[in-house]
Design a protein around this ligand. Structure first.
Ligand code: ASP
Ligand code: MG
Length: 413
């Protein structure tokens, strides 16, 4: 490995590799970067919808049972093996030396939670020695190996996590994520035509955004923050995109966007569940939430009213896809008494995120005023240190996002 070369991990997602032609284009881009003098590890997802297709095939073949988690992981890990070896072949076809490695060959060890395994450690020996031989190293994303040598996968969309973990273990200068958008936007550009790509964002803000559905895997941001891996999120289709840098930025780096609010996140298809007339006693919230957590359902905004006469109302939101299960589980829950269970779907979440608003109550008032002026009713509110979230009617999500975007003048200078 040439000492002065930049050490770069690049990750390409499934939509960037969906066809032979796209794969060829990505290989050409990788080679250009190599010619510019970078040492490269290229981490790939499965081509297009391969993972979904393999999963539905498994479901069809498994009869009444759900398919075994071990076999499912062995199966779906092959999508990334295909794209990694094809990428290795395509890079060689363009005249550069390349080698593809499976998760196992790349030294990625995980626990044995099939379907959402956690990375235990990476032994980067093989990656490093291949880099030293001057090769471009292509690694199959999304997979690892249990202590007893069975294949695991890391969770849907987790090729990003492989890329960041490798970048941390080989101390790469940067981990670049290539995707089908130009970067992280100040708001969803389909809702807010004025939305722009954010040039820099801190890990903390990016983590909030990712948890709010901003197209990034939150675990990969968390890992990047812990290991201080600088990241770039950019387009694999638009070579002119500058992308978004994620890292620890000092105020001086951030002069272009010295705004207290960095971005607006929106999420559709939110449902609300309300338990009316719940006994207000210790343990009641735990009794409601525990069976939901056990079923793997994540509950979001939770609001409990002040009780009158020992009874209270408790509302929470879940993704619409979970509403039916939540209703079933809660109705069957003998540890909780209530008068009535009401549900409402067709809601959306609109959040403003920004470290600049810590301890500044004025931001919430401005957000609520902007929504009121736009005629948008707020159904529920929750806040964290660096976020304010309002639940609104889903049909108002665009109006709400635009109103807040212009209230906080989220233009990037
Ligand atoms: N192919 C896997 C998935 O579709 C991993 C990834 O795309 O990052 O979830
Ligand atoms: Mg994918």
């Amino acid at each position: 490995m040439n000492e002065k070369n930049q050490l770069v991990v690049q990750k390409f997602g499934g939509s960037s590799l969906a066809t032979e032609e796209l794969l060829r284009n990505v290989a050409a881009r990788v080679c250009e970067r190599r010619e510019d003098g970078a040492d490269l590890v290229v981490c790939v997802s499965a081509m297009g919808d391969t993972t979904d297709e393999l999963l539905s095939l498994a479901n069809r073949l498994s009869g009444d049972e759900s398919p075994s988690p071990r076999e499912t992981d062995a199966l779906i890990s092959t999508g990334e093996l295909v794209s990694a070896s094809l990428m290795g072949i395509a890079i060689r076809g363009l005249g550069h030396d390349a080698i593809s490695l499976s998760g196992r060959q790349a030294g990625i060890r995980t626990d044995d939670t099939y379907g959402s395994a956690r990375i235990a450690n990476i032994d980067p020996k093989r990656i490093s020695s291949e880099l030293e031989r001057g090769r471009i190293v292509v690694v199959a994303g999304f997979q690892g190996l249990t202590p007893t040598d069975d294949t695991t996968t890391l969770g849907r969309g987790a090729s990003d996590l492989t890329a960041v973990a490798i970048a941390a273990s080989i101390k790469a200068d940067i981990c670049e994520i290539y995707t089908d958008v130009d970067g992280i936007y100040t708001a969803d550009p389909r809702l807010v035509p004025d939305a722009q790509v954010i040039p820099h964002i801190g890990y903390e803000e990016m983590l909030e955004m990712a948890s709010l559905g901003a197209k990034m895997n939150p675990r990969s941001i968390e890992m990047a923050a812990v290991h201080k891996v600088p990241m770039l999120i950019t387009s694999s289709f638009n070579p002119d995109a500058k992308g978004t840098r994620i890292g620890n930025f000092k105020d001086s780096d951030n002069m272009e966007i010295r705004k207290s609010i960095t971005s607006i996140a929106t999420e559709r298809a939110v449902s609300r569940v309300t338990l009316i007339g719940v006994a207000d006693r210790p343990g009641i919230a735990a009794a409601i939430m525990t069976p939901l957590a056990d079923a793997g359902i994540s509950v979001d905004v939770i609001v409990q009213n002040v009780s009158t006469g020992g009874l209270t109302d408790l509302s929470f939101t879940v993704g619409q896809e979970y509403l039916q299960r939540v209703t079933e589980i809660t109705s069957a829950n003998n540890d909780v008494e209530y008068t009535d269970l009401a549900t409402r779907d067709g809601l959306a979440k609109v959040s403003v995120v920004g470290t600049g608003m810590t301890n500044s109550p004025g931001y919430a008032a401005r957000m609520f005023r902007a929504l009121a002026n736009a005629g948008v009713n707020i159904e529920m509110i929750t806040t964290s240190e660096i976020r304010i979230t309002c639940i609104v009617d889903e049909k108002n999500v665009g109006t709400a996002a635009q109103a807040i975007h212009s209230e906080f003048e989220l233009e990037v200078v």
